[in-house]
Design a binder for this molecule. Structure first.
Ligand code: B12
Length: 170
């Protein structure tokens, strides 16, 4: 998909061709997902979503599916989740952690606002927040501006960090 992005940026493929690539990857991921859906939940609840106005879905889905395979009872909300609605869902679900995905720099403020909001909700004071996505991978250290508890570069790191949280705080 990174190469698809480069080809699109250079004008060598159209948006329609990028959509086709995204759709194929999405379908392959669904097939893989259906093979491990029956895995047992051995850890707590978790919610992963792309932040408001963020339409890049595949990265957060890869991370969400990997975490679910690792034993988390995971809800993946997809893309562009409005801040108010996310806060309400978190109050209902009370997850152990929230994973928030941001690809595009202009959506960073939405993530900062989301984290600021959830950190102010008394029922969610124990919930951890992990950020991830292209904007953080391109700018190491930027995640600290969000007041998140951690940043992970990819699903392997996310599995490691959330596993450490679970051992330490559960
Ligand atoms: C497909 C695509 C789209 C599709 C997305 C469709 C879909 N169903 O997801 C659509 C058409 C919606 C789209 C739209 C746009 N896109 Co686009 N897109 C891409 C593309 C080609 C692939 C994205 C992808 O799937 N990558 C593969 C995944 C697996 O990688 P990833 O997202 O980085 O995820 C990994 C990590 O970041 C991390 N991670 C991700 N999320 C999370 C969450 C947590 C909690 C954790 C721990 C980790 C984590 O783990 C993942 C696995 O390793 C990228 C190219 C690229 N380099 O990524 C451009 C790209 C990101 N897009 C770009 C642009 C400019 C746009 C638009 C602004 C274009 C426009 N003018 O409209 C819009 C913005 C829409 C919006 N508001 O979000 C630019 C961004 C440039 C920049 N400054 O960063 C890129 C880089 C293309 C380019 N080369 O210029 N895009």
């Amino acid at each position: 998909m990174y190469e698809v992005g480069n080809l699109w940026e250079r004008g060598e493929i159209s948006v329609a061709e990028e959509h086709l690539a995204s759709s194929i990857v999405s379908r392959i991921m669904s097939t893989i997902y259906s093979k491990f859906i029956t895995f047992e939940n051995t850890r707590g609840k978790a919610v992963v979503t792309a932040t408001a106005n963020e339409f890049h879905e595949l990265g957060s889905r890869i991370v969400a599916d990997s975490l679910e395979m690792n034993g988390w009872d995971l809800d993946h909300l997809g893309v562009n989740t409005p801040v108010d609605d996310l806060v309400e869902l978190l109050k209902k679900r009370r997850p152990f952690f929230l994973g928030l995905s941001v690809a595009i720099p202009f959506n960073l403020d939405n993530a900062i606002e989301t984290i600021d909001r959830v950190k102010g909700v008394p029922e969610l004071e124990d919930m951890k927040v992990m950020v991830g996505g292209k904007v953080f991978n391109d700018n190491p250290g930027l995640w600290k501006e969000t007041e998140a508890d951690a940043w992970s570069r990819d699903s392997n790191e996310a599995i490691k960090v959330t596993g450490e949280w679970w051992r330490k705080f559960n």
